[in-house]
Design a protein around this ligand. Structure first.
Ligand code: 5GP
Ligand code: ZN
Length: 117
C-alpha cells in the first residue's frame, strides 16, 4: 500500500512507458488501456498511476485516486459509446487477480450475464 512505483510491476511499467499498451485515455492520475486478452468487444483496464495492490488498498491509502479511477470508468464507457457496461475489480487469487496493481476492468459491447461466473 505504498503508492510508489514497483520495479517488478507490469502496470507500473506501462505507466512508465517501458512496456507498450494501447492507451485509450490518460489523466494526471490514471491511465486506461485495452486488455491484451479481451473478454468483450470493449475490455479496457483503468489504473491509477500510483501503485496500490488492489482496490481496497487504493481506497484506504488514496481515496481520491479511487474516485478518479471510478470516474474514468464512466468516461471510457462514454468514449466507447456504451450505455451498459460492467466494472470489475478482481481481488485475490481466488477471484482471478493476476496483476497486483489496482485495475478496474471495464467490459461492454455484448450481453453480460448476471450473476457472473
Ligand atoms: P486480473 O486477472 O488481475 O483481474 O487482470 C489482469 C488483466 O491484465 C488480464 O485481463 C490480462 O489479460 C491483462 N494483461 C496482462 N498482461 C497485460 C499486458 O502486458 N498488457 C495489457 N494491455 N494487458 C495485460
Ligand atoms: Zn504497479
Amino acid at each position: 500500500m505504498t503508492g510508489e512505483p514497483q520495479d517488478d510491476c507490469l502496470f507500473c511499467k506501462i505507466v512508465a512507458g517501458q512496456i507498450p499498451a494501447t492507451i485509450v485515455r490518460e489523466t494526471d492520475t490514471t491511465v486506461a488501456f485495452r486488455d491484451i486478452n479481451p473478454q468483450a468487444p470493449t475490455h479496457v483496464l483503468v489504473i491509477p498511476k500510483a501503485h496500490y495492490r488492489d482496490a481496497a488498498a487504493l481506497a484506504a491509502g488514496a481515496p481520491e485516486l479511487a474516485a478518479d479511477v471510478l470516474r474514468e470508468t464512466r468516461a471510457i464507457a462514454d468514449q466507447e459509446k456504451l450505455d451498459s457496461y460492467r466494472t470489475i475489480f478482481n481481488t485475490g487469487t481466488g477471484a482471478g487477480q493476476t496483476v497486483w496493481h489496482t485495475h478496474a476492468h471495464v467490459l461492454g459491447g455484448r450481453g453480460l450475464e448476471w450473476p457472473p461466473g
